[in-house]
Design a protein around this ligand. Structure first.
Ligand SMILES: [Zn+2]
Length: 178
C-alpha cells in the first residue's frame, strides 16, 4: 500500500478529468444539453444549470462550443473530491500525500483554464472545423513535436495541467518536443 495505489489513483484522476473535458467540449451548440453530457452530470450528481443560465454562461465565456464552465467545474470538483476521499484511506508517506494533494488542488482550476481556451477557440475551416481539428489531433498524437501535447498526455491521455511542464503530473511520463 502504497505507492502503487497512489499511482493508480493519480492515473484514474487524470483519466476521469480528461473524459469530463472531452464530453464538455463535445457539447454543440455551446450551452446545449446533449445526452452524453447530461449522463455525465447525472453520474457525478451535478444538477444541470437552468436553460437560460446555460446560454448566458457560454455567451459570457465566448464559447464556440462546450458546456457551461460552471457545470464542468462542478464535475471536476466531484471527481477531485472522490479522489481526495480515496487518498485519505491510503497509507502513504507524507511527501507523497502532500504531492497528491497539490495535484488535487490543481486539477480543477488548471483543467478549467485549458478548457476555456479550447472552447473559446474559433473553429478553423467552417462547419467541419471541429471534426477536422479532431482528426488532426489524432494524427498529431502519433507524431511528436506538436502543440497537441499542450492538451493531452500522450502516455496516459490525461489533461495537461501545465503545458510548459514536460512531465505529466498524472503518470510522470515525459513529452519530447524534439
Ligand atoms: Zn500522463
Amino acid at each position: 500500500m502504497s505507492k502503487d495505489a497512489l499511482q493508480a489513483l493519480r492515473l484514474e484522476l487524470g483519466r476521469r478529468a480528461a473524459i469530463a473535458v472531452d464530453r464538455a467540449l463535445a457539447v454543440e451548440p455551446a450551452g446545449s444539453l446533449p445526452e452524453p453530457w447530461r449522463q455525465l452530470l447525472e453520474s457525478l450528481q451535478v444538477t444541470p444549470l437552468p436553460e437560460q443560465q446555460r446560454y448566458a454562461s457560454v455567451q459570457r465565456d465566448r464559447f464556440h462550443r462546450g458546456a457551461p464552465t460552471e457545470e464542468l467545474r462542478a464535475c471536476l470538483e466531484a471527481i477531485s473530491g472522490g479522489a481526495r476521499h480515496e487518498l485519505a484511506g491510503l497509507s502513504v508517506d507524507d511527501a507523497l500525500r502532500h504531492r497528491a494533494h497539490g495535484l488535487l488542488d490543481a486539477v480543477v482550476e488548471q483543467t478549467l483554464a485549458r478548457y476555456r481556451d479550447e472552447a473559446a477557440a474559433a473553429p478553423a475551416g467552417g462547419m467541419f472545423g471541429f471534426a477536422m481539428a479532431s482528426a488532426q489531433r489524432k494524427a498529431a498524437a502519433r507524431a511528436p513535436a506538436n502543440k497537441t501535447y499542450a492538451l493531452r498526455c500522450p502516455h496516459c491521455g490525461a489533461v495537461r495541467l501545465r503545458p510548459e511542464d514536460l512531465r505529466c503530473e498524472f503518470c510522470d511520463g515525459k513529452t519530447t518536443l524534439a
